[in-house]
Design a protein around this ligand. Structure first.
Ligand code: 13P
Length: 307
């Protein structure tokens, strides 16, 4: 089937099945173009709570589809490529947290959204890259455990020095490879450029950047900035929306390592087959789902959002 034909077939399937397509900002351009919602992890959660569609096909990675299922259990959630995962999410297991809680029962556990349903179920509150700082400020404790991203954890610790943030040792295998030296080189090569990075990068990168934010926050920052050239320190998929929204601005990738292979596993054809065969349905065991929904709802309610 030709691409144009496939796009028409996808549209017809969506209508027939009362379905909607969500895509994360890192997905390939063809999928972003056909998606009804493109956004960061928080936006995808918020939109899942708003939509009246009965079926959501999530083009992204597993923890995103699972999180949406936790929040809207009555909808059918599809992940077109089942092995699109997240290495960071795999760095921690629920059993690790049960042991931690036994030893430190009074330390709250703040769980980054890039984690499994079982890990969320053992946590007290969740956050995303866009709200981590405000969630930490809202926690009524001097000390907390942040899981699983060491870089975001360390960054929040520097932003809120009055709290002790103990970080798990997980990291994003894509962002973690960016080096502080690459920021220095980018400054030399593009002295007029603004360096904009995701908080999953290591601290030597974050401390030298002009702006640190989630993927949607980067989109907003660039849109509002008077700058004309931007060096982007996050997964290269974000360049599509940035270029589309800002045709008169120039974008360079901070580092050649910024490609996430899991985020690139899904093709337009997978989306088509996903809708056609309603595959692969994401199921979260009900007891785990109920427990995992608590920290997610806690996050959303502290942001004044719909829960
Ligand atoms: P965002 O919430 O900023 O989109 O982050 C998702 C992600 O996977 C970052 O690597």
């Amino acid at each position: 089937m030709e691409e144009r034909e496939m796009i028409e077939a996808i549209k017809a399937l969506k209508k027939e099945k009362n379905g909607i397509i969500f895509a994360h900002n890192y997905q390939i351009p063809e999928i972003q173009e056909i998606a009804d919602v493109v956004g960061d992890t928080l936006t995808l959660c918020q939109e899942a709570l708003k939509t009246e569609a009965a079926l959501i096909l999530l083009s992204g990675v597993r923890f995103m589809a699972e999180t949406i299922k936790i929040l809207v259990p009555n909808k059918k959630i599809l992940l077109p490529v089942l092995d699109a995962g997240c290495p960071m999410a795999e760095t921690i297991q629920a059993e690790d947290l049960r042991l931690f809680k036994k030893e430190y029962p009074h330390i709250p556990i703040l769980c980054y959204i890039k984690s499994s349903a079982e890990v969320k179920a053992e946590s007290h509150i969740c956050c995303t890259a866009s709200n981590a700082e405000s969630v930490v400020k809202s926690i009524d404790a001097e000390k907390l455990l942040f899981i699983p991203d060491q870089n975001l954890g360390a960054y929040i610790g520097t932003r809120i020095p009055e709290k002790e943030v103990i970080s798990w040792e997980g990291f994003c295998t894509t962002h973690h490879r960016v080096r502080g030296l690459e920021v220095e080189t980018a400054r030399k090569n593009h002295p007029e450029g603004l360096i904009v990075v995701h908080p999953e990068c290591p601290y030597p990168v974050l401390e030298k950047a002009d702006f640190v934010g989630s993927t949607d926050q980067i989109i907003d920052y660039v849109a509002q900035s008077q700058g004309k050239t931007f060096i982007i320190g996050t997964e290269m998929g974000l360049l599509h929306r940035l270029r589309k929204n800002n045709p008169n601005k120039k974008f360079h990738l901070l580092s050649p390592v910024l490609t996430c292979f899991d985020m690139k596993k899904t093709s337009l054809e997978d989306v088509y087959h996903g809708l056609l065969k309603e595959q692969h349905e994401i199921i979260v065991e009900e007891e785990t789902r109920k427990r995992a929904s608590k920290p997610l709802k806690e996050m959303l309610s502290r942001m004044g959002g719909q829960v």
